[in-house]
Design a protein around this ligand. Structure first.
Ligand code: AMP
Length: 249
């Protein structure tokens, strides 16, 4: 089985986000970037499947600036076999990402595509769903457990109020949720080996995909800072404050 995994380079989840002074977006200069955490989970899951003898090849795909190659090297150090980098300095909206992924799927013919459930920078939560729609494949989003039996996969999904179980016939699209697994740290020998793995660099034009944005960002603002809270001694004091100061009772 061949698996395609989409890995996005995003601002590291530990970084405190800063809005640019002119309100045009988020500051990314001199900011630590890493692989989107849900994509690390996707890579980890495919490596476990490879270790279990169910997957033969893991192809990692990243789209964006030249530095996406670092993200692909991280995927290699974890265990991915080879990479495809779609180079562009333009902002890629989920529709463009999904169209590019569809074109790559048509070239690579994977049995499965695994993506993160959402990218933590724009929080779109759209690419897996759009890709499945474009391909006409089944989709199992927010997966917290996967079981492969022959050409079928049982997907346990985290939904509001519980878990849902689906059977998908391959080929299919899956998106990962937080509880699917805990990604490994890359070992030093694997980091060294990662340097030798191949990245094919492409451009959106190579796939004939129009990536021009459909949306315009008018302004980005930080949320208003919340006033600090106070501690009250008892319920009676709370009631007085709610009545006299907050005016809500
Ligand atoms: P989104 O729908 O934008 O929240 O992203 C969901 C998933 O799509 C991510 O977790 C990635 O697996 C994939 N994805 C989105 N943008 C990119 C990108 N530029 N390069 C590679 N994968 C991406």
């Amino acid at each position: 089985m061949k698996v395609l995994v989409a890995v996005k380079r995003v601002i590291d989840y530990n970084v405190k986000i800063r809005v640019r002074a002119d309100g045009s977006g988020i500051e990314t200069n001199n900011v630590k970037m890493s692989m989107n955490p849900f994509d690390e989970i996707a890579i980890e899951e495919t490596i476990r499947l490879k270790e279990a003898g169910k997957v033969d090849e893991i192809v990692a795909v990243s789209m964006g600036a030249q530095q996406c190659q670092e993200t692909l090297r991280t995927a290699f150090a974890m265990g991915a076999d080879r990479g495809i980098h779609v180079l562009t300095e333009s902002t890629l909206e989920p529709l463009a990402v999904s169209k590019l992924l569809r074109a790559i799927v048509q070239e690579e013919n994977p049995d499965l595509v695994i993506l993160g459930k959402q990218a933590i920078d724009d929080d779109s939560n759209q690419c897996a769903q759009i890709l499945a729609g474009l391909l006409g494949w089944g989709q199992g989003t927010f997966a917290s457990k996967l079981d492969f039996i022959g050409r079928k996969v049982e997907v346990t999904r985290e939904v509001d109020g519980g878990l849902e179980t689906l059977w998908l016939a391959l080929p299919a699209v899956i998106s990962t949720d937080l509880r699917l697994n805990e990604p490994r740290y890359a070992s030093l020998p694997n980091i060294m080996k990662a340097k030798k793995k191949t990245i094919h660099q492409k451009k959106p034009e190579d796939y004939g995909v129009d990536i021009s944005p459909r949306l315009e960002t008018l302004k980005v603002e930080t949320p208003p800072t919340r006033a600090t809270g106070i501690k009250v001694a008892n319920a009676a004091e709370l009631a007085i404050k709610l009545r006299d100061e907050a005016g809500v009772i």
